[in-house]
Design a protein around this ligand. Structure first.
Ligand code: HEC
Length: 95
């Protein structure tokens, strides 16, 4: 009984791991921004002279703050992906 049960348990956890990895790769940060983040400000807010975000961590917090204001209930993965995108495209902080 146990011998038949164990392999399927191992298989199930393998499946979970690979599905998790797939979900992460599938995050389209640009689509998330385009869909949710352009109604109040465009990209000009990321490049303006008097922009407020001064570090990668601050950018992460700001993304979370705007996301929470909008009650989007994003996963951490999605916050991370959008922070990485905005940093790559506009802020260029060393992470
Ligand atoms: C409900 C309106 C609203 C929406 C929608 C919104 N934001 Fe914001 N966001 C603001 C406001 C207000 C500020 C502060 C602007 C200021 O300081 O003049 C801001 C500032 C920012 C900044 C900092 C800009 C700087 O000064 O460096 C970032 C980064 C940012 N938002 C990301 C996002 C992201 C990512 C989304 C989508 C999840 C989003 N925002 C959607 C209102 C919004």
């Amino acid at each position: 009984m146990i011998q038949r049960f164990m392999p399927s348990l191992a298989l199930a956890s393998l499946l979970t791991v690979s599905l998790g990895a797939q979900a992460e790769e599938a995050i389209d940060a640009q689509a998330l921004v385009d869909r949710n983040c352009t109604s109040c400000h465009g990209t000009e807010v990321y490049t303006r002279d008097e922009r407020r975000v001064e570090s990668f961590d601050a950018l992460h917090s700001q993304v979370r703050m705007c996301e929470q204001n909008l009650e989007l209930t994003w996963f951490d993965d999605q916050i991370d992906a959008v922070t990485t995108l905005l940093n790559r495209e506009y802020y260029n902080f060393a992470p």
